[in-house]
Design a binder for this molecule. Structure first.
Ligand code: ZN
Length: 176
């Protein structure tokens, strides 16, 4: 752009000096000055456009940086919540494990052994509540005969579901 400007200034100087007198040369000089001016204008437009594009790119970059920051903050938040949840679950698991151990410790060894065996066979649940005449392990309702048998068993006897063989836990809501 400087070159174009310098050349135009040089041409203008020659024209102003009055040294060029030949009409053909004068015409050439004037036409070159005009075309240099147009070239100058075009270059200025290009510079302007580049500057505008640079500006909008900078704006976009700032916007993206802001979004990255927001996403990072959100992700940090989620990680903190997850860690907190994991801590709670671990604490609860430890509590339940302790409860289970202390409950297991108070049971007769042979009953515990039976429970463990059924639990293994029945997908992790070895005992079920008898609730409103229904075994909550397999969800089947006990028939009259079965209910009578349960009813007549001593309180400390181990009764089992005829269907799934799980140990039935009797409660006041058993429906006996
Ligand atoms: Zn059952």
């Amino acid at each position: 752009m400087d070159q174009v400007r310098q050349r135009a200034a040089r041409d203008q100087k020659r024209l102003d000096s009055g040294q060029v007198t030949n009409p053909k040369d004068l015409e050439n000089l004037q036409s070159e000055i005009a075309s240099l001016a147009k070239r100058q204008g075009d270059l200025e437009d290009v510079v302007l456009e580049v500057m505008e594009r640079h500006e909008s790119a900078a704006e976009r970059a700032a916007e993206l940086a802001q979004r990255v920051e927001a996403v990072e903050a959100k992700s940090g938040d989620a990680v903190a919540r997850r860690d907190e949840a994991v801590r709670e679950i671990d604490a609860e698991a430890a509590r339940v494990r302790e409860e289970r151990e202390s409950a297991a410790g108070s049971l007769p060894a042979d009953l515990l052994k039976l429970y463990e065996k059924i639990r293994e066979q029945q997908g992790g649940v070895g005992a079920a509540r008898l609730f409103r005449r229904r075994c909550e392990g397999c969800q089947l309702e006990l028939n009259i005969t079965e209910l009578n048998e349960v009813r007549e068993s001593p309180e400390d006897a181990v009764v089992r579901c005829e269907n799934c063989r799980r140990i039935l836990v009797r409660t006041p809501e058993s429906g006996l």
